[in-house]
Design a protein. Structure first.
Length: 474
């Protein structure tokens, strides 16, 4: 493995388990019933996966769980730093707990995640939110038992925010939010340094988990009945670059596809800079790998892409999309991310993005107005276009995509799909929602017992963003 990657030792994990036992003993002394913990998660799927490990450790220490913050003895906010809106929500929700903390001084309020790894944010928490007891960064999640013990036994606040290059901690307990759908991190961190993005600064450099550890966890998930398993990484296409011997992401997918069982593999996020023909061919050839490609292009203009430090051109992106369509045809579903109003972007350059939207005809888009992040190069760039004007550009993207989505849905009228039933639908009280291999949503009337199973559905009415379907008797 690369020099900058440190795997947490078995000795350290045992030490944390011992602190967990100490916390458990304290909880038994202080409370008759199991105290409740509330873990609030913001941001990406990686944060969701981190929160599942946090809850796994808390479960081992003797906590039960609640979604209601003002009945919990421990409230943990797992934060996101990607956009300003997410940060504002955190500050507002933490501030709302001040009265609850004053009335219940035994309650512990903690913050972790990407926001906390930024020095100016940590300082604001320290100076303006004195009722926050514990703050810890992205590189020490596995140390939660020790940090929580310190917060429970010391009179001073605990801030643990080491500036390290990243660690990998295997064997951390996990309490999953879903009984049939699972998140599986395969790597952490990012080396891309897109000029607008704070992730490399708060998540550290790229480091890949060992193949054997991933395969073992994957097989365990399959044996436990998980039907949809999503592989996570800030850039999954970079998987294995720091491993010896080298293993590509495509090779890892083939290994997992060969595991016995009835399941579907998804992955995110995929970076165009590192997306290879080998990966696209693997998607087409592996029957258990979903034919859904989330490939963010962010902008359709080459000058803006260069200013973003994305590492590819519009032509390169289109060549990948066209090759993927050539291999997978109508089975392929494409989704992407777009940033509107990057500093210095002109309306004419924005129109290149709009034209790319119309050319690739994606199933869905995740669109955002540029949000400056402290410490990134883009935050220092001139940004003369007012927010209101950027909002008008965004509206053009949304209008175009709505029309494209409706047209895409019509192409599937009368078709049948093997779908994974994900939960309750929105078209009616007795409707369920199911996801196709290509990540399309079909809603149908059915019994709740079908949730968490694969079913064959026929599309009977395409709508704009979902389709109405009916069960096909197998």
């Amino acid at each position: 493995m690369a020099v900058n990657t440190r795997t947490v030792s078995a000795k350290e994990l045992k030490r944390q388990a011992e602190f967990g036992e100490k916390v458990s003993a304290l909880l038994s002394q202080r409370y008759t019933d199991k105290p409740l913990a509330c873990v609030v998660t913001y941001g990406c799927q990686q944060n969701v996966a981190d929160s599942e490990h946090i809850k796994g450790m808390l479960d081992k220490m003797g906590y039960a769980f609640t979604d209601k913050r003002e009945e919990a003895k421990l409230v943990i906010f797992n934060t996101c730093a990607v956009r300003e809106h997410a940060e504002d929500r955190v500050f507002g929700n933490v501030g709302a707990l001040k009265k609850y903390k004053l009335a219940n001084p035994d309650v512990i309020i903690a913050l972790c995640g990407c926001m906390m790894q930024q020095k100016h944010i940590a300082k604001r928490i320290y100076d303006s939110f004195p009722f926050v007891d514990l703050v810890f960064g992205t590189h020490v999640v596995h140390e939660l038992p020790e940090l929580l013990y310190k917060a429970m036994t010391r009179r001073k606040r605990v801030f643990e925010l080491p500036d390290v290059d990243g660690v990998i901690a295997e064997g951390i307990p996990v309490k999953r939010d879903n009984d049939s759908k699972a998140w599986l991190p395969i790597m952490y961190g990012c080396n891309n340094f897109c000029s607008y993005c704070v992730v490399p600064y708060v998540r550290g450099r790229e480091r890949s988990r060992q193949v054997d550890d991933i395969v073992a966890e994957f097989k365990e998930l399959v044996s436990e009945g998980y039907k949809e398993i999503t592989l996570l990484g800030q850039n999954v296409n970079s998987y294995g670059k720091n491993l010896e011997p080298r293993v590509t992401f495509a090779q890892l997918l083939r290994m997992l596809n060969d595991v016995d069982g009835d399941f579907r593999i998804r992955f995110m996020t995929s970076h165009p800079k590192d997306c290879t023909k080998e990966l696209l061919e693997t998607m087409a050839e592996c029957d258990k790998v979903a034919t859904h490609l989330h490939l963010p292009f962010q902008s359709g203009n080459d000058r803006v892409l260069k200013a973003m430090n994305r590492g590819y051109t519009r032509e390169k992106y289109l060549s990948l999309i066209n090759y993927a369509k050539e291999l997978m045809g109508d089975e392929l579903s494409i989704t992407s991310d777009i940033i509107v109003g990057f500093p210095g972007e002109t309306y004419e350059e924005f129109l290149d993005t709009l034209s790319l939207v119309k050319e690739i005809k994606a199933t869905g888009l995740f669109t955002f107005i540029y949000s400056p992040r402290v410490g990134t190069p883009a935050a220092e760039m001139d940004d003369p276009v007012p927010h209101d004007e950027k909002a008008k550009w965004l509206a053009q993207i949304l209008e175009a995509q709505e029309q494209i989505s409706a047209e895409n849905m019509k192409l599937h009228a009368g078709k049948t799909f093997k779908c994974y039933v994900v939960g309750k639908g929105k078209l009616g009280d007795n409707y369920l929602a199911a996801r196709t291999d290509g990540n399309l949503i079909i809603e149908f009337e059915g019994d709740d017992r079908l949730i968490g199973t694969f079913q064959t559905l026929k599309v009977i009415e395409p709508l704009t963003f979902v389709m109405r379907g009916e069960l096909v008797n197998n």
